[in-house]
Design a protein around this ligand. Structure first.
Ligand SMILES: [Zn+2]
Length: 300
């Protein structure tokens, strides 16, 4: 599932590429993902001729603010990604032919089709660009409502502070965690209603970097170690944003390109490989029904 760094990459791409544009129509092959429930045509009527004022994020949730006090709320869930396609160019007549006899355009189209074969929804923009929602497993969702109503949705109101919100100081971080003294740190870090944005990949990386085992009970962790977890959270999330996220499976940015953080993962998905710090074999355990990866020597 895309986590904070992946969603942040998508949001900053959207702001660069489509802010100020206008939605002219909408197409969907999977209207079940649309809320309030409607057909793609009805949805298209409600959204058309609305200007895109800007895109923001809380945790893994994307908000596209539109003119007329409307907001489009998008959750990518397990396998969703948003692609921005440029205006379709008229093909030049003299395309170079490769050795295999394919034109470079054909090669490009082949690549795009392989990446984007699960397009479920498309927003057509006035500039000629399209926003395309690719979603292999169809768990993603799109909600259109007044900005107030979106902000007051139970799932949005209940979200904790965004993990990269500048207001999340160490003091605040400590206060939040100390409200759950009996909980395991590896569970609380992923609880979107405590702090929003961290999922499976980054909890493993953060706790490895801090040297803390995920099953540690919060009340047993010293202030010094909490500071290490806080510092690791900020450092790793910022680094992952800079590297445009982790593509361990199907995450892609808005141009269809993978992120880069998978190249520097310390423990996540490195089961039975050697710890880069001490050489101990990395182990996979289950915590909160999800896998967590640890080095039993580096983490206490
Ligand atoms: Zn180690």
């Amino acid at each position: 599932m895309p986590e904070l760094p992946e969603v942040e990459t998508v949001v900053s791409d959207l702001n660069k590429k489509i802010k100020g544009d206008m939605i002219v129509s909408f197409w969907s092959e999977w209207p079940k993902a649309i809320k309030p429930a409607s057909s793609a045509d009805e949805f298209s009527k409600k959204i058309q001729n609305r200007k895109i004022l800007g895109v923001r994020r809380i945790g893994k949730n994307i908000f596209i603010d539109l003119s007329g006090n409307k907001t489009l709320y998008i959750h990518l869930k397990m396998t969703g990604h948003l692609l921005i396609k440029p205006k379709k160019e008229v093909r030049p007549l003299s395309t170079k032919t490769t050795k295999r006899g394919q034109t470079s355009n054909e090669k490009q189209n082949y690549f795009e089709d392989k990446v984007n074969q699960y397009i479920r929804h498309k927003f057509f923009l006035k500039s000629g660009k399209t926003i395309e929602f690719s979603d292999l497993r169809k768990f993603g969702k799109i909600v259109l409502d007044s900005t107030d109503k979106i902000n007051n949705l139970k799932e949005i109101k209940n979200l904790g502070i965004d993990a990269l919100d500048p207001k999340l100081t160490f003091q605040k971080f400590q206060e939040i965690l100390e409200k759950k003294p009996k909980a395991k740190i590896g569970i609380v870090l992923m609880d979107q209603n405590v702090m929003a944005g961290i999922g499976n990949i980054y909890r493993s990386e953060i706790l490895f970097s801090a040297g803390i085992l995920p099953e540690r009970i919060i009340s047993s962790i010293s202030k010094k170690d909490l500071q290490k977890i806080y510092d690791a959270t900020i450092k790793i999330l910022k680094k992952a944003v800079k590297m445009r996220g982790t593509s361990d499976s199907d995450y892609r940015d808005t141009s269809g390109a993978p992120g880069n953080f998978q190249k520097v993962l310390a423990v996540y998905n490195r089961e039975r490989q050697k710890c880069k710090k001490c050489g101990t074999i990395i182990q996979r355990e289950t915590l909160g029904q999800r896998s967590v990866f640890i080095c039993k020597r580096c983490q206490k």
